[in-house]
Write a protein that binds this ligand. Structure first.
Ligand code: BGP
Length: 474
């Protein structure tokens, strides 16, 4: 294959602070909402507790103990040839309660050390400010993102991070998968994004749109803060991109699928264009949603548009029109007969990645960055400490083929490829360790028991060759 990717293409991997660091009470860290989630299971979402219940296991308290293993882990990433490593900053390490005026120096120092360690090997840190977590106090005292005060509180956190790390980190993202909360029928999706716990009688959709608005304003403000501190910083949004195909060629199905995608991805429109799309303004009016959206907010949105669009890609959905036009993720989806699923029912659809890259390029005309993609699977460590994960290699190879077509044949401007969970970590949806994504196996079970030793899987050696050949050798 001829050379497809420009020099400097960011090959690497991605993780999130709360899913791997552990050390949940070290270095002055405060409690975060992620510390209050119990272990779930394949079929049952994690439960959210208000206080730590003795005898209950909270997987994020331990993670994979990256906090104490990061030097060893970064060395393994360097061995694979990583050019970039995406992680997040645990907000409650920097502001243990969220609303202090001065940051916690020990928390800041931890990320200085981590970033220095990465840079020592020529690996660029790529940083998410809020990846499915916030200090618990912000939920208890303010009600999470339902409260406008969070905009100022987040801006302070963002300012401290940009100021401290702008010489070490060029690529930033504000909120991980900010659009997942449109699935407001799922308590966990909303809680992870906005810290809101619904009460009986709440208009869930209205609350979701209000909280999302405050987050969008906070994000736009963060973009402006970053550029004021250092104009070379690149700040992106981060979306969960799942193409939504129509269940048939029936025009109603096609229109419905389009509306479903618009309603999940309007966040990208606001981040990129700095305005709400017409259909959504009309929808707010039709529903009688008198949201708190001020003229000043609209100005901030306009001035704080993103530099690039980052996204996760795992699966596609297929939707069917069934008599109503507002899309509901739980009830409007049907199985796609052309697509297989993984052990957790996630549709495996490599062509959907090419579709995603083209859809976003045509709509937003921004550089794109794949910051998550991968296969969650049950892996087996053999007696001689190997993991033969050919199924993971197949999954990634199939996606890389489509990604290369999007770049080489369709002209998509792509910054890099950072597959998810490059080292095994706690699953966001279930809290399990046994849903593994990594190139590196971590010897640990769902209850944090194990030696915590790290072992390269077969995919580790495969990915190393992919990177060394700049994607030519798949
Ligand atoms: C994305 C999240 C990640 C991650 C991944 C895999 O939605 O941004 O945090 O965990 O999905 O999901 P899971 O861990 O549930 O398999």
């Amino acid at each position: 294959m001829t050379k497809t990717f420009k020099d400097g293409f960011l090959w690497g991997g991605a993780v999130a602070a709360h899913q791997l660091e552990g050390a949940y009470q070290e270095g002055g860290k405060g409690l975060s909402i992620a510390d209050m989630m119990t272990l779930g299971s394949r079929d049952q979402a994690r439960e959210l507790t208000d206080e730590i219940v003795p005898g209950t296991y909270y997987p994020n308290h331990v993670g994979n103990d990256f906090y104490h293993h990061y030097k060893e882990d970064v060395k393994l990433m360097a061995e694979m040839g990583f050019k970039a490593f995406r992680t997040s900053i645990a907000w409650s390490r920097i502001f243990p309660n969220g609303d202090e005026t001065a940051p916690n120096e020990a928390g800041l120092a931890f990320y200085d050390d981590l970033f220095d360690e990465l840079l020592k090997y020529g690996i660029q840190p790529v940083i998410t400010l809020s990846h499915f977590e916030m200090p618990l106090n912000l939920v208890k005292k303010y009600g999470g993102w339902a409260n406008r005060d969070l905009i100022t509180i987040f801006a302070r956190f963002a300012h401290v991070c940009f100021e401290r790390y702008h010489d070490k980190v060029k690529y930033w993202m504000t909120f991980n998968e900010i659009n997942n909360q449109t699935n407001y029928e799922s308590d966990i999706s909303v809680y992870e994004n906005s810290g809101i716990k619904f009460k009986a009688g709440d208009d869930k959709q209205k609350l979701m749109y209000q909280a999302a608005h405050y987050e969008l304003v906070a994000s736009a403000q963060a973009v402006q803060i970053a550029h004021a501190i250092d104009p070379s910083l690149q700040v992106g949004c981060m979306l969960a991109f799942c193409p939504i195909y129509p269940a048939s060629s029936k025009p109603e199905d096609i229109l419905f699928a389009q509306r479903a995608m618009d309603s999940r991805l309007y966040f990208g429109d606001v981040h990129v264009n700095g305005t709400y799309p017409n259909w959504l303004q009309a929808y707010f009016t039709e529903k009688g949603y008198d949201l708190d959206i001020t003229d000043r907010d609209l100005e901030i949105l306009k001035k704080g548009t993103v530099d690039y669009v980052a996204f996760s890609y795992y699966m596609s959905f297929t939707a069917k029109y069934s008599g109503h036009w507002d899309y509901r993720e739980y009830s409007d989806l049907v199985a796609n007969p052309y697509i297989k699923s993984n052990d957790w029912g996630w549709a495996i659809d490599p062509v959907g990645l090419r579709y995603a890259l083209n859809w976003m390029t045509t709509r937003w005309h921004k550089p794109l960055f794949i910051v998550e993609n991968g296969l969650g699977a049950y892996d087996k460590l053999t007696a001689d400490k190997q993991v033969h994960d050919d199924y993971r290699i197949d999954y990634l190879r199939d996606h890389l083929v489509q990604m290369e077509k999007a770049v080489a044949d369709d002209g998509v401007d792509l910054l890099g490829y950072l597959p998810w969970g490059c080292i095994d970590l706690v699953s966001a949806s279930t809290g399990e360790m046994k849903k593994r994504y990594g190139f590196i196996y971590v010897d640990e079970d769902d209850y944090g028991r194990g030696s915590f030793k790290r072992y390269p899987k077969d995919s580790f050696y495969w990915y190393k060759k992919v990177i060394a050949s700049n994607g030519a050798n798949l």
